[in-house]
Design a protein around this ligand. Sequence first.
Ligand code: 13P
Ligand code: SF4
Length: 367
Amino acid sequence: MSTTDPSAISTITEHKAMFEAMLAKKLDAYIPDAELYVKAKIAAQINQLKRERNAVILGHNYMEPALFHSIPDYVGDSLELSRKAAQTDKDIIVFCGVRFMAETAKILNPSKTVLVPAKRAGCSLAESITAEDVRKLKAQYPGVPVVTYVNTYADVKAETDICCTSGNAVEVVNSLKTDRIIFLPDQYLAGNIARETGKHIIFPSKKPVSQEKQAETPNMDWQFLGWHGACEVHERFTVDDIKMVREQFPDVLVLAHPECPPDVVAASDYSGSTTAMIKHVEKTNAARYLLLTECSMGDNIAAANPDKEMVRLCSIRCPHMAEITLEDTLAALQKTQYVVTVPEDIRVKAFNAVDRMIKIGGTGKRD
Ligand code: 13P
Ligand code: SF4
């Protein structure tokens, strides 16, 4: 008499249930049924393995719809996911997001195994600045506190007084109560926060400057010193994009992530972190909305709000977030790859900057 493996039965049951759940979320509007069926099977396998290995999966809001709606225990923006990483009691953290986010989880959880399901999963902002750049700025402006966006690598965070995310940057800046702040590395987030908090912002010269010119900078009227980094997705949105859409749809609600250029944010109706944008669409009475952010998040929001119309302007995907797939997440759990490591001396210093940020809080809401 042949016996059937109970774990095979439970995989089949879980696969079917996952497929039904994906259909209920109307994901078939974005992904053909046959593909959704295959993805549901992989998601069911991941969820089984996740339980067996006592793992937690954190998913950033930019994950593609099938992944976003299936395997994460928690989804959210950078701030929410840092908080979840700080609270977890699981042995393994699988971070479905980019490397700097997974590094933040490791900084907060040195004894846990942190996996990111892609070899690189970079970020144009994180790559725009080095720890040496920060040390040079600190030497040039001694005593001025350094606020660093979490979209940076651990060695940069280690040179920092406090981190921030798009969800708490205003609270972090206000908490410092100093005349001047070095705010790194996103020139646009810095510009938006400077505008919101009424500070005058300047940027260090990209070209080498004479000693005399350098000596003049401390005497200039500035409260914010920025850097030249930019998000390769958000820097592409323009005020003309907004004008064009408003001409065609005068009632459209325009939401822009604060990594967009300040003139774009100023021409929008709302700006906030990825989660703040999601919540704003949920509660708005506007019949249609335009999102100036990564396009997978648009798909996730559209699937969750079938009664509102999303105006499709473009299809800018973050190539780094797009590296994270269900297939690679399964492989990450099966092979325990790619393990995120942070040298202990750097981790301890970076921890102080991240922990200080988490203790400040922040809502992600910026209206
Ligand atoms: P949030 O913190 O708003 O999720 O943004 C992270 C990010 O990388 C946006 O490009
Ligand atoms: Fe980095 Fe921009 Fe991608 Fe966010 S969307 S991870 S800031 S490149």
